[in-house]
Design a protein around this ligand. Structure first.
Ligand code: CTP
Length: 246
């Protein structure tokens, strides 16, 4: 019976049946259905005291765009996201919010075991204050020195424990980009490294645009043009898919 009083086909299907159809018919036909992907993104904040921190200018945009792009192709995506004012658009992305390098380490490592692909875009602080103050530090006329301790290298750790996962790192350099990126690729046992150069003509951090190249573990270099981070995410997902045979 329809709302008009007539009887016949036209009534909306039950929402549960529509959902079942989407899940069992539409989503499984997407190319990355059944593939699990882990992405981390954004900066980290390392506490100096309860109100101050050491951070960096990362916006998280590239990692968020990658998470959205993987999800739109049917992958199951976990995004470990540092303090960023941006969010993925795709509601299926499982976002784990973190703040410090240690929290980023814990969440990324805990999510790694069962994934097929891990892409670490986060700008993780390399150092943190050794003794963060529990109270707000008052100013005085004395010089203030901060003692810093090295944080854990998340990507390096995943490179040591990885088994079947395709592990992708990022390298942000101001000079000798290819040389330094190849060193990171080998030292951290990566499948590929995405190289960004930050300089006056390509600030990379915070911008909506970037120019990247990818170096894989066979030292094959693929250069991409200067384009939006959304388009870069598509290029990178295409590149990773062909690397893993998808
Ligand atoms: N990275 C990480 N954990 C850290 C530092 C970096 O997982 N504590 C990862 C980043 O997410 C990125 C890659 O390592 O994928 C390279 O980061 P980058 O800052 O370019 O290099 P570093 O290894 O920190 O070395 P350096 O700062 O000396 O260039």
């Amino acid at each position: 019976e329809l709302a008009s009083g007539l009887t016949g086909e036209g009534r909306m299907a039950e929402p549960e049946n529509i959902m079942r159809f989407i899940e069992s018919d539409l989503l499984v036909s997407l190319p990355l259905s059944g593939i699990e992907v882990l992405v981390n993104a954004g900066p980290t904040y390392e506490a100096i005291d309860p109100v101050r921190f050491i951070g960096n200018r990362s916006s998280g945009k590239t990692g968020i765009a990658l998470a959205d792009e993987f999800a739109s192709r049917g992958a199951t995506v976990t995004l470990v996201l540092g303090p960023s004012s941006h969010q993925p658009k795709n509601k299926s992305v499982n976002v784990i919010h973190v703040e410090s390098a240690q929290e980023m380490f814990d969440a990324t490592v805990n999510s790694f075991a069962n994934v097929d692909v891990a892409v670490l875009t986060a700008a993780v602080a390399d150092y943190k204050p050794s003794h963060p103050s529990h109270e707000k530090i008052k100013k005085s006329d004395e010089e203030l020195s901060l003692k810093l301790t090295k944080t854990k290298d998340i990507l390096g750790h995943l490179g040591q424990i990885k088994s079947k996962q395709c592990l992708v790192g990022f390298a942000l350099e101001t000079n000798n980009a290819t040389e330094y990126a190849i060193q990171k690729l080998n030292k951290k046992n990566l499948d590929m490294v995405v190289v960004n150069t930050t300089n006056a003509s390509n600030p990379a951090f915070g911008s909506d645009y970037n120019e990247v190249s990818v170096i894989d573990k066979h030292n094959k270099i693929t250069k991409f043009e200067f384009k939006s981070k959304l388009e870069i995410a598509k290029d990178l997902v295409n590149h990773i898919c062909s690397y893993i045979g998808k």
